[in-house]
Design a protein around this ligand. Structure first.
Ligand SMILES: [Zn+2]
Length: 155
């Protein structure tokens, strides 16, 4: 093949360089006019691999119980009904008050372990299991209950 810079015949492997953002295959003599192209295959492989792992994780997450959308308010209301300050509740579940406040503001999503602790100490449900209706239906809340569906079918 020919050098894309000077046009002379390249013997053996061409040198791949970048000149002003364009990748060129050039002869040994012209290689010094641009930046040598470093193999990016390894990098691409790893970023691709990460993406796959992430996708798998989100599929797994969707299989487990879903946190209710208003978990922050639920926790706060249940706590206030018991007359507990956020500090008191934090002590009961052995967590930092700052963490609890973030969860109540829904700044952060609590981990499974924290959800379980909050559920048991406040006697509330913070997750909703995915039913067949939820999976096949649209994402989001449906106002239809199973009872409604049965009634509709009977009409
Ligand atoms: Zn050349």
């Amino acid at each position: 093949m020919q050098c894309e810079m000077c046009g002379s015949e390249i013997i053996g492997k061409p040198n791949r360089i970048i000149v002003e953002g364009t990748e060129l295959a050039v002869c040994g003599g012209c290689a010094r006019y641009g930046k040598e192209v470093k193999s990016s295959e390894t990098k691409n492989f790893f970023s691709g691999f990460k993406r796959v792992t992430k996708a798998k994780r989100s599929i797994f997450d969707s299989i487990s119980d879903e946190l209710v959308s208003d978990y922050g308010a639920k926790i706060r209301i249940a706590r206030q009904q018991r007359g507990w300050s956020s500090e008191e509740l934090a002590k009961k579940i052995n967590e930092k008050e700052s963490l609890l406040k973030k969860v109540e503001r829904e700044d952060i999503t609590p981990e499974d372990a924290l959800i379980k602790k909050l559920e048991s100490v406040l006697s509330i449900e913070l997750t909703e299991g995915i039913t067949e209706a939820n999976v096949s239906g649209k994402k989001g809340r449906s106002t239809l209950t199973l009872g409604d569906v049965v009634n509709v079918k009977r009409k």
